[in-house]
Design a protein around this ligand. Sequence first.
Ligand code: GDP
Ligand code: MG
Length: 197
Amino acid sequence: MGNQMAPLPPFLPHLQALHVVVVGLDAAGKTSLLYHLKFQEFVKSAPTKGFNMEKIRVPLVGSRTITFQVWDVGGQEKLRPLWRSYMRRTDGVVFVVDSAEVERLEEARVELHRIVCSSENQGVPVLVLANKQDMAQALPVAEVEKLLGLHELCTSALNHIQGCSAVSGLGLQQGLEKLYEMILKRKKLLRNNKKKH
Ligand code: GDP
Ligand code: MG
């Protein structure tokens, strides 16, 4: 799978330092996803104990690249309050969910809504990755979408759900492209609003 993004819009120079936060319950596949994006392959990982911050550089059409700053925050209960501090000034949120663990989808739904609807995140684009689609027991994306209540998410938020596998890499590129699109859309909206006031 290539790592090519859509052609650059003319105003991209202002957008080169994008901040994207990756969150989700523990064992959803965040670390695996990060490694896949960085090294283009699957690396077996142990659950994140503290947190690690990584930057991934995604090549764009031509010779330019865009750097995504990705925060991988462990989903363990005691670490959750930390999420908030990483959310400030973020351009986009990637919420990773394990599509094969039906019993924890309700817990994931509560966390997703809490994050997206918190005051500091109002309007921040959200990409939900319905991960582990390679597993036989994985729920279809439409089902995950329903159980996560994506349609009832705070109305101001731009959001999109994408099925993927951090093992095969399937769906990751499409998901990121969609997030990138939503980020540009929001920046444009914010700029237009500024002009009006
Ligand atoms: P994190 O706690 O969210 O960082 O989750 P990890 O990336 O550590 O993944 C938790 C477990 O799920 C690990 O055993 C991974 O190998 C496995 N895993 C992650 N993504 C996938 C996937 O897309 N498919 C399958 N089959 N296993 C996955
Ligand atoms: Mg991890």
